[in-house]
Design a protein. Structure first.
Length: 228
């Protein structure tokens, strides 16, 4: 192995509930408009057209009690999501084999610079500046699928300052968990360490500095943070 000319970047490790070992993150994939009501509120068609994907950076994921409001934006939105972490991978994964690739699950928030995203959409430009900024993806500790199974239903919700803003159910996903893996593996060679954020229900909205945001998924996890 070659020596490095600069210090080796640190591997992002997510905590696993009840374990001393962490989960190393390789890539982060996100599914767009995977709940019908959210697709409608964002001006999309909730029919089962092929899903679309975008990426965040591995180091956008973190476990912490604060979210730093990003620069260059005045309209940052929350999006509560089920997070899926893979222990296996491959290309063209079959539907029958898909869930065998999953290590575990967490609750997460995909924070989005909505003003930058809207501008990018109008100019037909990519979304990285709106999605892949520092600490844009807080998550709860992972829970192994060997402990909780593969959640196909269950409440997913998000509160801001104690007021319910998002309320949905995992069974409202347009593309279900194994289907997401199948479709994603047609485009990319998946591998252990990959993380998939599976979409958000309706009700997304803005946050301001000082807001207390709490997100949870029944049977999976919960996280709370303050916007600073």
């Amino acid at each position: 192995m070659l020596a490095t000319v600069i210090p080796m970047p640190e591997t992002v490790l997510l905590p696993v509930e009840g374990l001393a070992e962490g989960f190393p993150v390789r890539r982060v994939y996100c599914v767009g408009r995977n709940y019908a009501d959210h697709a409608i509120e964002m001006g999309g068609d909730p029919s089962r057209e092929p899903p679309f994907f975008f990426q965040k950076n591995a180091d956008n994921l973190y476990v912490g009690d604060s979210f730093p409001y990003p620069a260059q934006s005045s309209d940052v939105h929350f999006e509560a999501e089920l997070v899926m972490a893979l222990s296996g991978g491959g290309a063209d994964i079959t539907l029958e084999d898909a869930l065998s690739k999953v290590y575990g699950y967490a609750a997460g928030i995909d924070f989005t610079r909505r003003d930058l995203q809207d501008k990018a959409k109008k100019m037909s430009r990519p979304w990285e500046a709106a999605k892949a900024f520092e600490k844009s993806a807080p998550v709860s500790p992972l829970v192994p699928a060997s402990r909780i199974g593969h959640p196909q239903a269950g409440a997913i919700w998000l509160d801001v300052n104690g007021a319910r803003k998002q309320s949905g159910d995992l069974n409202q996903m347009i593309w279900k968990l194994p289907e997401i893996i199948v479709e994603l593996s047609k485009l990319f060679v998946l591998a252990p360490g990959d993380v998939i954020m599976t979409g958000t229900p309706a009700g997304v909205g803005p946050v301001q500095r000082g807001d207390r945001v709490t997100c949870g998924i029944d049977g999976v996890g919960k996280l709370s943070l303050t916007v600073v």
